[in-house]
Ligand binder design. Structure first.
Ligand SMILES: [Zn+2]
Length: 67
């Protein structure tokens, strides 16, 4: 059974058929988007959050106090 390593999560995945791994070389769309986000380096933003708490939100700091 062919195997491949997902560049994002570094896990080795085995696929019986190419059709079983539509996101190769990534294991999932999530990993694909994560890598894409690194490539674009903020040029584009991922519309869907990877998972709650998985992303840092530097702009979400509470600075509601007036100066
Ligand atoms: Zn992966």
């Amino acid at each position: 059974m062919p195997t491949y390593e997902c560049p994002t999560c570094k896990k080795t995945h085995a696929v019986a058929r190419r059709e079983d791994a539509p996101f190769r070389p990534f294991c999932s769309e999530r990993c694909k988007m994560v890598d894409l986000g690194r490539w674009l380096d903020g040029t584009y933003s991922i519309s869907e959050p990877i998972s709650p708490g998985d992303q840092n939100a530097p702009e979400s700091q509470s600075s509601s106090e007036p100066e």
